[in-house]
Design a protein around this ligand. Structure first.
Ligand SMILES: Cc1cc2nc3c(=O)[nH]c(=O)nc-3n(C[C@H](O)[C@H](O)[C@H](O)COP(=O)(O)OP(=O)(O)OC[C@H]3O[C@@H](n4cnc5c(N)ncnc54)[C@H](O)[C@@H]3O)c2cc1C
Length: 451
């Protein structure tokens, strides 16, 4: 039996294991830092206290228990020697016949790792817990203080980055402020809340059509969110952010601006793109190393039009499945098949009844898009119990705007700077989107704030 080692049990790695599961040709070892798969698309709901972490994380060994040939090991893969076909982990070395790298991505602060302390990103359960703590502490402190300026600052939230995660966080804070603050906090005037999305491009949700992106902006504005387009953040500290010559004093700053692939690809010496993604061929094997495959957010798969596949769960799932099938074809002496991604479309939610969904020429917004968003997320969530719990939680919140998991405890402060980020990275020049005809330095604030 050939030994297949999979690094990473996210969407891609898990699907590799499933497609090799119960094959008589291979034995599979899946190694992950965590012993669970995290459903990242719902992580923002944990951060906003709408769901508990346990509802979106599912143990890998339970998911893979029905496959006799698959073993799950919890550990960190440090590097790989492709010539000796050896994986080096924090629990020892391991030989492989085929290696599959599906290590995902991490936050990218464009060389300003010092910003992470003041503006945490959202990628792990610990980060979601920290964001929840900061947001809830801001509300609690605002309830207590008599100082109006301090209250205003505590009730100012800045989200850096206007992609789906930034929009989801801003929309949730907007809803919390409108429906939760006014109901449960007696000393807070919820109209004092200010929420900003600050992003460098001309419009938010850049991967969507301009029409849907505009609808999302309008929905956000209805929740009191101000969208600052073409705005490059130049400094972040404990009291707020700097955008060119303007300052926003804020109690809470969250980072949703950039990701790059985990650094292991570079450590091994594989060819990578500027985002650290490993270059793969049409069969998803690493260029120059046919027995090593790479999928999901860590892979750079070129399309005929010179674009690359986006970092999406649906791409990772399909790539994982295709890698497993290509390994089996290889072992049986047949030719590998080129990977073809089926576009499953994209979605983003802003709040109750407000979402956008796009697939080809089909563009939906409002309630229909929101219903599809709910259905798709429930469908892809692992475990029947989790699905039931999430449906119940959402139904409860929908009818009551209940407080879900919005409790906060100082002892939960277990988040620290992610070690991977602590490594020095080259400081990149922050550049404006070429489509932007103005920057925040060149015009007065009123001309830019949407609406
Ligand atoms: C907040 C958020 C919201 C998102 N929303 C959406 C959405 O709505 N729709 C959508 O399509 N996509 C969404 N995405 C993107 C989607 O989650 C990713 O594209 C997808 O998770 C990629 O899958 P993956 O298997 O490549 O990586 P991941 O799912 O990130 O899995 C990587 C795994 O590798 C493990 N790992 C990493 N390094 C090592 C190592 N050295 N040793 C051992 N294990 C290691 C990690 O622990 C992790 O389990 C979202 C992402 C985030 C962060």
């Amino acid at each position: 039996m050939k030994h297949v080692v999979i690094v990473g049990g996210g969407f891609a790695g898990l699907n590799v294991a499933k497609s090799l599961g119960n094959s008589k040709e291979v034995r599979v070892t899946l190694i992950d830092k965590n012993n669970f798969q995290l459903f990242q698309p719902l992580l923002y709901q944990v951060a906003m206290g709408a769901l508990n972490a346990g509802e979106i994380a599912y143990p890998l060994r339970i998911i893979l228990s029905k496959y006799k040939n698959v073993t799950v090991l919890k550990g960190v893969v440090k590097t790989v020697d492709p010539r000796k076909k050896t994986v080096f982990t924090d629990f020892g070395d391991m030989q492989y016949d085929y290696l599959v790298l599906c290590c995902g991505s991490k936050h990218h602060y464009f060389g300003h790792n010092e910003w992470e302390e003041f503006a945490p990103g959202l990628k792990t359960i610990a980060q979601a817990a920290e964001i929840r703590r900061r947001v809830m502490e801001a509300f609690e402190n605002a309830e207590r203080t008599q100082d109006l300026a301090e209250k205003r600052k505590l009730l100012t939230f800045v989200i850096v980055g206007g992609g789906p995660t930034g929009v989801e966080l801003a929309g949730s804070i907007g809803e919390m402020s409108r429906f939760f603050l006014s109901k449960y906090y007696k000393n807070i005037d919820s109209t004092l809340t200010r929420i900003f999305i600050v992003h460098s491009t001309e419009r938010i949700l850049q991967s969507f059509s301009p029409e849907l992106s505009l609808k999302a902006s309008r929905a956000l504005e209805n929740l009191g969110v101000q969208v600052w387009s073409c705005s490059l953040v130049t400094h972040i500290d404990a009291d707020g952010i700097q955008v060119g010559n303007e300052r926003i004093e804020a109690g809470t700053v969250l980072w949703a601006a950039g990701v790059r692939a985990t650094s292991i690809g570079k450590t091994i010496g594989f060819a990578t793109d500027s985002s650290g993604r490993i270059l793969v061929g049409e069969d998803l094997s690493v260029i120059g190393s046919p027995e090593v495959f790479c999928g999901g957010d860590q892979a750079h798969f070129s399309l005929p039009d010179d674009n690359t596949l986006p970092g999406q769960a649906s791409v990772a799932l399909q790539e994982g499945d295709a890698i497993g099938k290509n390994i089996l074809l290889d072992i049986s002496g047949k030719s590998r098949k080129p990977f073809i991604n089926r576009d499953k479309g994209q979605m983003a939610t802003i709040g109750k009844h407000a979402a956008i969904a796009e697939r080809g020429n089909v563009k939906l917004s409002g309630l229909p898009a929101w219903m599809i968003w709910l259905g798709v997320h429930i469908y892809y969530l692992s475990g029947a119990k989790h699905r039931l719990f999430v449906i119940l939680q959402w139904a409860w919140s929908y009818f009551t705007f209940g407080h879900g998991a919005r409790i906060v405890n100082k002892e939960w402060r277990f988040y620290s700077v992610v070690p991977e980020l602590a490594e020095p990275t080259e400081r990149e020049e922050l550049v404006a989107d070429p489509v932007c005809h103005y920057t925040r330095d060149s015009v007065s604030p009123n001309q830019i704030v949407s609406g």
